[in-house]
Design a protein around this ligand. Structure first.
Ligand SMILES: Cc1cc2nc3c(=O)[nH]c(=O)nc-3n(C[C@H](O)[C@H](O)[C@H](O)COP(=O)(O)O)c2cc1C
Length: 381
């Protein structure tokens, strides 16, 4: 069903200024974040994926981040309709990057590993836990970690070879690298785990450092993290601002160029006593650029939306709050997820004040016929 948002305006001009990340210049501040479309056959992107990405570039998106691509390790994913990055998929991915690059766009490839969320083996994670008290699979050995790290590096090199402008390390929402960051899922007693964030960030930081050494200095690396998990909205990898600052500092030193701070709502304060969201706190703690995200233009977050609550537009008022926080220096770039699935022209329509023309997405646009099952469905009853 098509719905229209009311035609009142917001001055979004500040968001239509260029911005550079490690030598890659973006025409504006709008990012399309990684979003799985399930348009793969045995991990190989279907031809329509190239058109889908190209249309979003033509619609004004400054930076596109591909959906999560499983790295080349037997434990990364077993789901055939999830994308992978390996020798067998490279030419199909190259077609997507060619389409985007020819349209004048810029695209990063997102590197991912499912960790303990994966249903069938081999399922590897820090401690064989998908959340506290929910075992699945087994703890990765040091040899497994080395092989997984190498797979991330191969994925980054492959991305560079086929025309990506950069890569993003997926360390959010409760998947493998986030399971390292989260104390509930990382109970390791070796150097990679425990109560101190400095130990829990060690493996993600090693991956970033190894990628940086392989791709060289002038190739942007984004690091995407979140407090919330698909299996637990109230989870915290960084219980305190000091933990966040420690984590960011280690990752920045390892070679991160931009932090993508994933929140469910961009306007919700992260800690009491301050109006700042996760992105704002991140921005206050690092000189690296920061991407914010979370229900831009919408009143319902992605997971509640998946599990039945309809999302409605917040129209010009939502955009005004976005611009207020941007002008306040809380983030450099803003990711827009579901709205860009619904309308490839979303950015251009916002630029032109044509809010009434925006096509609202349907649940079917967003997740097709997919039934969400497994641990995530269990967590949402
Ligand atoms: C269909 C769908 C698939 C998603 N897949 C990914 C993914 O592959 N990688 C990722 O980091 N986040 C993924 N996400 C989360 C989005 O990147 C984004 O954080 C979320 O949709 C919130 O943005 P929004 O409120 O603007 O939709 C997905 C979201 C949706 C709706």
């Amino acid at each position: 069903m098509v719905q229209f948002t009311p035609s009142i305006t917001a001055d979004t001009a500040p968001l239509f200024t260029p911005f550079a990340i490690n030598g890659v210049t973006l025409p504006n501040r709008f990012v399309m974040p990684g979003m799985q479309r399930q348009w793969c056959d045995d991990g190989v992107p279907q031809a329509r994926l190239a058109d889908y990405y190209r249309e979003r570039v033509e619609g004004g998106v400054g930076l596109i981040i591909t959906e999560s691509c499983a790295v080349d390790h037997p434990s990364s994913t077993q789901t055939p309709m999830f994308c992978r990055i390996n020798d067998a998929t490279m030419s199909a991915w190259e077609r997507c990057f060619d389409a985007v690059n020819h349209a004048g766009g810029r695209m990063f490839l997102q590197l991912w590993h499912e960790g303990a969320v994966r249903k069938e083996g081999p399922t590897l994670s820090p401690s064989g836990l998908v959340q506290a008290g929910k075992p699945n699979g087994r703890a990765a050995t040091l040899g497994d970690l080395e092989a997984i790290r190498d797979a991330f590096v191969r994925g980054a090199l492959a991305a560079k070879q086929i025309g990506a402008a950069g890569i993003e390390v997926h360390a959010c929402h409760g998947y493998l690298l986030d399971q390292f960051l989260w104390a509930d899922t990382n109970r390791r007693e070796d150097d990679y785990g425990g109560d101190d964030i400095r130990d829990r960030v060690r493996f993600p930081a090693e991956i970033v450092r190894a990628i940086r050494e392989a791709v060289g200095e002038r190739f942007p690396i984004s690091f995407r993290f979140s407090q919330w998990k698909e299996v637990d909205y109230n989870a915290r990898i960084a219980p305190t601002p000091a933990d966040l600052q420690t984590m960011l500092g280690i990752l920045r030193t390892a070679g991160v160029d931009v932090f993508h701070a994933s929140a469910r709502y961009f306007w919700v304060p992260e800690w009491p006593g301050s109006d700042l969201g996760l992105a704002g706190w991140t921005k206050s703690m690092t000189e690296a650029p920061v991407i914010a995200v979370g229900s831009v233009g919408l009143d319902t977050d992605v997971m509640d939306n998946f599990f039945g609550k309809e999302a409605k537009s917040t129209g010009a008022e939502g955009l005004r709050e976005l611009v207020r926080r941007f002008n306040n220096g809380e983030f450099d770039l803003i990711s827009v997820g579901r709205s860009l699935i619904g309308d490839a022209e979303w950015v251009n329509k916002v630029r032109d004040g044509r809010l009434f023309e925006i096509r609202m997405f349907t649940k079917k646009d967003v997740i097709g016929d997919l039934e969400i099952e497994g641990f995530v469905a269990e967590a949402h009853g």
